[in-house]
Write a protein that binds this ligand. Sequence first.
Ligand code: ADP
Ligand code: ASP
Ligand code: MG
Length: 411
Amino acid sequence: MRPILVMKFGGTSVADPEKIQLAAARAIAARKAGAGVVVVVSAPGEMTDELITLAHRVSKDPDARELDALMATGEQISIALFAIACRDRGVPAISLTGPQAGIYADDRHTRSTITAIKPDKIRAELKAGKIVAVAGFQGLNAKADITTLGRGGSDLSAVALAAVLKAKGCEIFTDVKGVYTADPRIVADARKLPSISYEEMLELAASGAQVMQARSIEVARRFGVRIHVRSAFHEVPGTWIVPAKEIPMEEAVVSSLALDKGEVRLSIVEVPDRPGIAADILARLAERDIPADMIVQSAPTHAGVNDISFMTPRSFAAKAKAALESLAGELKATRVDIHEQVAKVTVVGTGFRRHAKVAARVFGVLAKNGINIQMISTSDLKISCVVDQKHAEPALKALHKAFGLSRGGRR
Ligand code: ADP
Ligand code: ASP
Ligand code: MG
């Protein structure tokens, strides 16, 4: 059988009929070059956002199962149009929804995880010589309901299919030429990285760089899927996401920056300082499936109280506030504060523990620019600072400049 290539086209890359034809032409070229081609497509343009808005116009709190049923329609439009475009060029092709493609997922609606892939039908259609267009972002749960895989989830569909099909490669076609040292829409002189390790890409993605969904990188690392992120519109090499041992070693430790405006900061204020409080708060959040990140506890005051703060995605803000408020009374805390005008700026690299100077430099650059840091968290691979949202872009630009990322930085 032909070696399999998975080609994923994001929303912008299938936003209109001309772009779908362009994407189909690329898939056809890959097939002519000898590959068995599996294409994964996202919903056209901003359709997923539009469908979510539509649901919220019908209900303030749309039912999650039905929201998934609605969102999944976007990708179904793209697969059918993609197959139509291929057939129009005389090339056999077939569209498959996630369930038809054998993609199974758990039942955490709107953010489910792939549990298994049974690619028999995909294999049979490839054997019959067809280009197989699979709907990204969706799977079937054990109750035979459609679920979706979290925003950006078509990346996960593509990587998981590449792993199961033992594809020779996984190409992610998007509206930028690769993975840059920072979001090129914000930092004009951001530089395209020829390669980046799974570990750094995972930090970058988890810290808000939209270009790849974080979970897809975890799967790629686990199964050794080599990803090539590249432009849907220009035939130029993009960025390879590969094991760290394949990345040339150089001196500088900072590789890239990320910005996340998708989170809010919550604080439970003046909680009595006694053992078990942090555990109670986290348990209450976990019970309700609310994610919490950058958990910070202030030192107790002379009055024997402290504040506990954390970050949570904006979409969980109301739920998280309600959960904390229900607890504040029990714990005898003064109140719960929510800060919505915040952003998280993250510096990604390697060996930060050995290079304490990097953190000092990050804080210094922000201070010099008059940017106050509200929260800090560090690890060997990243340094994150929460700042006022109005300082988000200036912080990103100042750090990009200070670390010389447009001139080469690490590589
Ligand atoms: P798609 O619809 O193809 O999945 P996305 O919008 O999800 O595309 O992701 C691509 C976008 O990610 C780019 O347009 C860019 O603005 C943004 N982005 C953020 N950080 C980076 C980065 N470091 N490198 C490249 N793109 C980035
Ligand atoms: N269409 C989905 C979204 O907008 C999935 C994706 O684009 O990867 O999140
Ligand atoms: Mg995406």
